[in-house]
Design a protein around this ligand. Structure first.
Ligand SMILES: *[C@@H]1O[C@H](CO)[C@@H](O)[C@H](O)[C@H]1NC(C)=O
Ligand SMILES: *[C@@H]1O[C@H](CO)[C@@H](O)[C@H](O)[C@H]1NC(C)=O
Ligand SMILES: *[C@@H]1O[C@H](CO)[C@@H](O)[C@H](O)[C@H]1NC(C)=O
Ligand SMILES: *[C@@H]1O[C@H](CO)[C@@H](O)[C@H](O)[C@H]1NC(C)=O
Ligand SMILES: *[C@@H]1O[C@H](CO)[C@@H](O)[C@H](O)[C@H]1NC(C)=O
Ligand SMILES: [Cu+2]
Length: 625
């Protein structure tokens, strides 16, 4: 008994030390405490037919709905400058996701995790569902600001702005449309932006999409190093930059306090990655279960965090968007995650019968999830309370209309039962043809059109309907953030880096307690990734470097051309001998092109039509032999 007691007090002392390392700001020091604390109700307004408005693509909002665009800029700027002590301020809402690791909305989570983790679930199946009420909460607060500006309009403009405000919903940035959707919008990257006030006056304001200013910055809650000094068990290769940087940065020039963003690096990174992102989302929509879809979308999502934040390839310091702990402070976070939520809603519309099955989360716990627990569609999504009582769950957030919004592609899709099918006002994209056609046209079409163009010159009879689809299948048991970059150009020092695309896993830094070499010895359950080679093989065929996409040509080509490297969260390449946590193989599958352009390409998944080629990967670090 005595030994047990002694052991118990030692454990208690260790836990107490860890908990007191980081100052925990408790919610009750914050303003706005009320009985409805932490309740996410969504936006109640509906049109005369009872339909919810849509969240629009941000470029569509700017070009075609200028009143809503101007209210958005004014409202977002006001929210960003709101009092950080208010629990519904931009700062407090962003702080729910990761740092400063404080409790929110009277939902403290697990007592022994207080002050060590945020609420955001990553690398587990709650990822998509947790962000839906999170975004809805942010949207509610943004909407209040938008209404405030509309209500202050001069009397002769009041009706116009009231209408714009009522149907305002926050925009998304569709980063998944590849070359078809152009570059990073320029209004993400300019410091100043023009806004037209409701009284008609023009003003150039600080662009709220450019960066968020901490006011004040509280170094004690953003200082990983200071914490590591107190907690001797946490020797981390982390920087103190977060406790010194007054505003959110992208691809910062250094980790010094006077660092500035390098927007051109974000711009270029997106140009390099957008085709791979497109292929990856195309692949996500082809997954057969919601859990697999969620996992594949989360990979592409992590990739966008890197495109915006930078710092993962060693060419810059880390920007706020890259580490999970700080990413929600970056103004583009909400635009990015709203697109993730939209992709989720589209998959739901295409497959209304599919939803989340129970999953063990392994080591991916957070402030409210114990490591090793099993989550399912009834797990509480802390800290977001349902007005009907208790917390929201994956089952209760299933329908976006619960929170008062839809997306252009889902507003009238077949599974939804809104009273009107003719609400053209909200339908910026035609969805009359159904959700599968929208998915095929937005995310499946580039491979197909390129096949049709390149096919004949590569000896493909375009009246034939079958072709061979090539992918890298990857798996990893790494518990830390990593970026696996794949290349056919072979030169990782050039601009061609990652020309095939990347496979990204974003993890909280607490998952790398002893820095990266421990990657090799961990035992957590593995994650799977699938990276399409199709676009690059088509390029190679066009360039005359590859005769056809048949195995007899592709296998020798990939054997000599395909290389990869894996970077840690700081952008340092991992030495080959530490890649034991990874496996990479190259496989092909038979795919069938349907006659109708609005029907998706069909990919065989069964063993009979899938073949793997160890020749391609043998002798390469992590490669299957
Ligand atoms: C916010 O709260 C802190 C700590 O309670 C206090 O020092 C600070 O003055 C408050 N700031 C504002 C703007 O109320
Ligand atoms: C405001 O500025 C825009 C862009 O510079 C211009 O097109 C518009 O006419 C201006 N409106 C007013 C009321 O000055
Ligand atoms: C950051 O803000 C603090 C006070 O808010 C100020 O003292 C400091 O000079 C600022 N640093 C930079 C680099 O602007
Ligand atoms: C979309 O297509 C899939 C097959 O690819 C089918 O199972 C599903 O029912 C379709 N969804 C709708 C809403 O038509
Ligand atoms: C195309 O592939 C499917 C299997 O995915 C197969 O059943 C069919 O016979 C193939 N058609 C041709 C023309 O090869
Ligand atoms: Cu995220």
């Amino acid at each position: 008994m005595r030994n047990l007691w002694t052991l118990g007090s030692v454990i208690y002392a260790i836990v107490a030390t860890i908990v007191t390392c980081t100052p925990v700001e408790h919610y009750d020091t914050l303003k706005s405490r009320q009985s409805s604390e932490g309740v996410v109700a969504g936006i109640a307004w509906r049109d005369e037919n009872g339909n919810v408005p849509v969240r629009r693509e941000v470029r569509d909002l700017k070009e075609n709905y200028p009143d809503q665009w101007n209210l958005y800029l004014l409202g977002l700027a006001a929210l960003e400058w709101s009092d950080q002590n208010d629990s519904l301020s931009y700062y407090s809402l962003a702080g729910i996701h990761g740092r400063p690791y404080r409790t929110w909305g009277n939902a403290p989570g697990l007592p022994h995790k207080l002050g060590t983790s945020g609420y955001c679930p990553h690398s587990n199946s709650l990822f998509l569902t947790w962000h839906r009420p999170y975004l809805a909460l942010f949207e509610e607060e943004l909407y209040k600001q938008v209404k405030y500006y509309a209500d202050a309009a001069p009397p002769d403009q009041a009706g116009r702005y009231a209408a714009a405000a009522n149907s305002f919903r926050m925009p998304y940035w569709d980063w998944a449309r590849g070359e078809n959707a152009g570059t990073v919008p320029d209004f993400f990257t300019t410091q100043m932006i023009n806004v037209v006030h409701t009284n008609g006056f023009n003003e150039t304001i600080w662009n709220p999409l450019y960066s968020f200013y901490f006011h004040p910055l509280t170094p004690s809650v953003f200082n990983d190093k200071a914490r590591a000094h107190v907690c001797v068990d946490m020797q981390r290769a982390e920087s103190t930059q977060w406790s010194r940087t007054n505003s959110t940065l992208r691809w910062p020039t250094s980790d010094a306090p006077d660092a500035v963003s390098n927007q051109a690096a974000m711009y270029k990174s997106y140009e390099q990655q957008r085709r791979g992102l497109h292929d990856h989302i195309d692949g996500a929509f082809r997954r057969n279960t919601m859990n697999e879809f969620a996992n594949t979308v989360e990979e592409a999502h992590g990739w966008v965090h890197g495109v915006i934040g930078g710092g993962w390839d060693g060419t810059s310091a880390q920007g706020h968007m890259w580490p999970l702990e700080y990413s929600a402070f970056e103004p583009l976070f909400m635009l990015h995650h709203t697109n993730v939520d939209r992709l989720f809603a589209m998959y739901q519309s295409a497959h209304p019968d599919r939803y989340f099955s129970p999953e063990n989360i392994g080591s991916n716990g957070n402030v409210f999830l114990e490591d090793g627990s099993t989550v399912d569609a009834d797990t509480s999504l802390l800290p977001f309370r349902n007005p009907a009582g208790g917390f929201w769950t994956p089952n209760t957030i299933r329908d976006t209309r619960t929170f008062g919004y839809a997306y252009p592609e889902t507003i009238n899709s077949r599974e939804q039962t809104g009273p009107s099918k003719s609400n053209i006002q909200f339908a910026t994209l035609s969805n009359a043809q159904g959700i599968n056609a929208s998915i095929a046209q937005l995310y499946g079409v580039s491979t197909r059109s390129r096949l049709m163009i390149t096919g004949p010159s590569a000896g493909l009879d375009t009246s034939a309907t079958n072709f061979t689809d090539w992918n890298i299948l990857a798996s990893s048991s790494s518990p830390s953030t990593f970026v696996a970059q794949f290349s056919l150009a072979g030169d990782f020092s050039s601009d061609a880096v990652g020309d095939v695309g990347s496979w990204v896993r974003m993890m909280p830094s607490s998952h790398a307690p002893h820095s990266t070499p421990s990657i090799a010895t961990t035992t957590r359950t593995s994650v799977q990734g699938k990276i399409s080679l199709m676009s690059n093989l088509l390029d190679a065929i066009s360039a005359g470097k590859l005769a056809s996409w048949n195995a007899k040509d592709v296998v020798p080509f990939l054997t000599s051309a395909l290389t990869w490297r894996v970077l840690d969260a700081q952008g340092k390449p991992l030495p080959s001998h530490t890649l034991r946590a990874f496996t990479f193989k190259v496989c092909s599958a038979t795919a069938t092109i349907p006659a109708s352009l609005s029907a998706p390409i069909e990919y065989a998944e069964d063993d009979e039509h899938v073949r793997c080629y160890p020749d391609v990967t043998r002798g390469k670090a992590g490669g299957v032999a």
